[in-house]
Structures are given as C-alpha cells and as structure tokens.
Design a protein around this ligand. Structure first.
Ligand code: ADP
Ligand code: GLC
Length: 493
C-alpha cells in the first residue's frame, strides 16, 4: 500500500511529545511490513535545510485570499529499512514556519496565525503529491494540525490521483482541537455549506479537529480504553457526541515502543546494558542517576522518576499545586528519592524548582533532555504518571521495558498497558489508583514504597513480568494495516 502521513511532528526532526515518536515509529513499522510510506511535515526553523535536498521549482498552494508559494525539501527518515526507505517531504514557507517554535512560543503559546499555518500545511499535502507524481491509497493525518487533510480530500480533492484515496485521522490527544474564530474559514476556500456539513462549526467558532472527525473515512485513537472514554461526556472534551456518531468507524490502537531507541540491552545513555537475565546494570544506572542529580547514592532507597510535560493533563496540579499537591508530603513522610525531568506551564516549573530547593530528597531538571530521560527510565525503581487523562502514554511503556514499575492513574492507555499489583498473588506490573486526588497519589506511592521495603521478591518478579511484555510497533502496524484494508474496502465498495 502507498501510505502518506500528514503530521506536524516526527522524530528526529521536530518533537513536543509522544506524537512525534508515534508518527515516525509507525511509519518505520509499516515500511517493515512492506508498505510504501512517505511523510509530509512543515520545515520548521530548527530543521537544517543544509541536510536536505531541494525539489526543483516553487510550489503554489491554494489558500483563501490568494495562492501561497513555498518550496519543498526532502530527506530520509532515519531508522527505516534500507531496502524500503521512508522519504520525508518538508514544506518550506518562511512566513508560516520560519520562526522558533512548532505551535507557539513562551510569549505566544498558540501562534495567532496557526489557522493559516495549518490550513496551508494541509492543503500543501496534496500539492506535494502532484509535484512528485505520487498518489497515496491512504492519507493518514494526525491530530488537529493534520485534521484538515481529510476535509480537503472529501470536499475539494477527491478526483484524479486522489479519486480512490482513503483518509484516516488518528487522534493522539482530544485536549487540543485547534479552535479559532470562524473569520479564518475563508482560508480553506471551501463553500460556507462545508462549514456546517464538514463539521467545522463549534459554537460559532471553527474547530479543525471536529471537522477532521466529521470528514475522515476512518478514525482512531491510541488505546482502546481512550476510544471508549472519549465517547463519554466526562472525557469527550465536548466532542463525545460527534465521536459517538462515528462510532462504527472509530476505535483504539495502542502505540508501541521503538526498540531501536528504547532497549536497556543497548542504550548508549546507560552506564551498562541490562536485561531480564542480568539486572546488575540496572543498579549501575540507579547509582549513575543518583550521582547525576546530586542525590546520595544509596542502593537501598527507592527512586521514583518522572519525565513529563508539566501540564494539567499529566496530573501535576494534584502533585505540585501550591498548598494542595501531595509531592511535598510524599517527600517529607516517605523514605524515598524523587527525580523529575520536564518542561511546561510556568507556574508548575516554578513550583517544582521551589520544592526541590526545600526538599533534600527531591531533585528536578527543568528542560528537555534525551539523555536524562533514558537515565531516569533506567535508573528509577518506580515511574510516576498520575495523568488526568492519557490517550496512550509512552513513558509507562518505556518504564515497563526498563524494569521500572509504573505508578499510574487507571485511565486511558495506562489502563490498557499496566496491570495493578496483586499483593496476594504477587502478580501485576505496576501500581494503580482511580481517583485523581492528592491523597490517592500519596497513598499509592506509599503502597509502592511499602512493597519495595517489605515485598522485595514480588517487586523483582514484577520487574521481570514488565520487561517481558510485548508492546511492539509491529503489532500496532498490523492493526493499522487492517484498518486501512477495511477502509479501502468500504470506499471502493
Ligand atoms: P505526551 O505525548 O502526552 O507528552 P507520551 O508519554 O506519549 O506523553 O510521550 C512523551 C514523550 O516525550 C516521551 O518520549 C518522553 O520521553 C518525552 N519527553 C517528555 N518530556 C521530556 C523531557 N523534558 N525531556 C526528554 N523527553 C521528554
Ligand atoms: C499524545 C498523548 C499520549 C500519546 C501520544 C502519542 O501526546 O498525550 O498519551 O502517547 O500522543 O500517540
């Protein structure tokens, strides 16, 4: 199958979160299954043109208010099979993408011209195909920045090379929808009837993700539980109704782990390799982590790690909220060490810094670091992820693979990938709680720490069970393949 991914992020070129990992890893896994996969994404300022090849000639993109002209660069996705590479096409437009930041900057968290930027991007996807005379059978768009691609396919482009193209939209996070003033709708150059029929209309605003949900031939999100949760009022972010309408075409497919990057037996960021058969390297990673973060090296004390965006989604209010969060009492009352790596909301970054300055057993780095994220996954005993909601979550998967037991809220992809500790049987792969309250986080961390000191054998057994789980992208890619096949069959009847 010829598959084109339309995405705003893909590692190693641009990343703010798990979306970037998922797009590249899925593309590689599909290529390994023999499919012809290509990716289209914007060329952000940070992506070095010097390492890319310029396709000859400018490219015009149909945008309300006039054609927008851009260039297209191409490069290869690292990690794809040699005999079946994955080309990446970068849309280069100085006005839209020639600046620091993917969706925004610290001063302008959501760029004012995002409706222009991503309407332009989604329309450019079709022009790229014409330019290279390559037409996909599957156009696979991701999240709100890619959501207009299925809309354009349905209402403007389904003819010629795209006559039989299937559109798929993957929702990685329903919390971000791309809602803007409807004054921007003219940019699409679509008739006003499409504003309603196409699902753009949202309380007199324009909702890009909603339009994609209405228009894509097939929809999915990144775990079965999140697919169910998003169809309820509680977790549907106001789109539960339209998702229920599309229930027949909507399901969940779990993300996987890119084992070329996340494998404790071959991780350049760890002091020594380790695996289920020989865990000695994990103790070395723990010591290295403690030293790196300025904690007293002590093999006996449990280390709890976190790598996270510091935003409401991740439960940071319940953990770090001033006078409310439980991180302070956790560190004060329990014999443990807490280590955090993350960036995000300013209030939370400040609170984390302030707590770390007052607690001797809490160390934090505010920043983004590939190296430290690996060291935390490898060197910690437990990994804390008290998410308010979690479409899939990758960090708990990395934790499981690294023999680090996740402490998670029972929600979304966390429910589908972690099994709660059973004290009687010694079974399970982590520690779970249902209610998102500071007290529940406190109690569950306490439970894990208790087990660490009192049920060491069970803890060791759980580590091994976790490490033997199979969260491969190959498994997920086969499910996407089935989704594509089912969709194409519907389309051609
Ligand atoms: P989300 O995409 O919602 O942030 P995921 O768990 O799916 O959550 O993916 C997060 C990804 O981003 C992981 O690969 C994680 O290691 C990475 N990550 C998040 N914050 C940082 C950071 N400060 N430094 C390094 N990696 C980070
Ligand atoms: C989003 C979600 C996360 C998921 C990732 C990749 O960022 O928040 O749960 O793992 O996308 O699909």
């Amino acid at each position: 199958m010829k598959i084109l991914m339309a995405a705003s992020e893909a590692v190693p070129f641009a990343k703010t979160g798990g979306l970037a990992d998922a797009v590249s890893a899925l593309s590689i896994a599909l290529a390994k299954l023999g499919h012809e996969v290509r990716i289209v994404m914007p060329r952000y300022y940070g992506i070095d043109r010097g390492k890319l090849t310029l396709l000859e000639g400018p490219m015009g993109v149909n945008l309300g208010g006039g054609e927008a002209w851009c260039a297209v660069y191409t490069g290869m996705l690292p990690g794809a099979p040699e005999q079946n590479p994955v080309p990446v096409y970068f849309i280069d437009h100085e006005g839209f993408f020639g600046r620091e930041g993917i969706y925004g900057s610290p001063w302008e968290p959501d760029f004012l011209d995002n409706p222009q930027r991503f309407t332009f991007f989604c329309r450019a996807v079709f022009q790229v195909c014409r330019k290279i005379a390559w037409y996909p059978q599957v156009l696979h768009a991701h999240d709100w920045p890619g959501a207009l691609a299925p809309v354009f396919l349905k209402f403007a482009e389904r003819s010629g090379g795209f006559a039989k193209t299937l559109s798929v939209l993957t929702i990685h996070n329903l919390g971000y929808q791309g809602i803007y003033s409807k004054d921007n709708f003219y940019l699409t150059n679509l008739g006003w009837n499409v504003f309603y029929e196409g699902g753009f209309e949202d309380w007199n605003m324009m909702n890009l993700l909603k339009a994609g949900i209405r228009s894509a031939d097939k929809l999915n999100t990144v775990s079965p539980t999140y697919a169910r949760e998003t169809q309820t009022q509680a977790q549907g972010f106001r789109l539960d109704g339209i998702l229920r309408e599309r229930a027949a075409d909507y399901g969940g497919i779990l993300n996987g782990i890119d084992t070329a990057v996340w494998n404790p037996q071959a991780d350049p960021f760890l002091p020594a390799p380790y695996g289920p058969a020989d865990m000695a390297g994990k103790a070395k990673a723990k010591e290295a982590l403690q030293r790196e973060f300025g904690l007293p090296p002590d093999s006996q004390v449990p280390v709890i790690g976190m790598v996270t965006r510091l935003t409401e989604q991740k439960g940071v209010g319940e953990l770090f909220g001033p006078a409310y969060g439980s991180a302070w009492s956790i560190c004060r009352d329990m014999k443990l060490q807490l280590v955090l790596l993350g960036t995000g909301d300013a209030w939370c970054e400040n609170e984390v810094r302030s707590l770390a300055s007052r607690l001797s057993n809490f160390k934090a780095r505010i920043g983004y670091s590939e190296q430290f994220s690996h060291l935390i996954e490898g060197g910690s005993d437990f990994f804390l992820m008290p998410s308010r909601y979690e479409p899939c979550g990758l960090n708990q998967l990395y934790s499981l693979a690294y023999g680090t037991l996740p402490i998670v809220r029972n929600t979304g992809g966390l429910s589908d990938t972690v099994e709660n500790f059973n004290q009687e049987l010694g079974a399970g792969t982590g520690f779970m709680f249902d209610d998102l309250t500071p007290q529940a986080i406190y109690n569950t961390v306490g439970w894990a720490v208790w087990a660490y000191y009192n049920r060491r054998k069970q803890i060791e057994a759980m580590r091994l069970t976790g490490m033997k789980q199979n969260f491969s992208w190959e498994k997920s890619a086969k499910k996407y393949q089935e989704l594509y096949e089912a969709g194409l069959e519907n389309l051609t009847g």
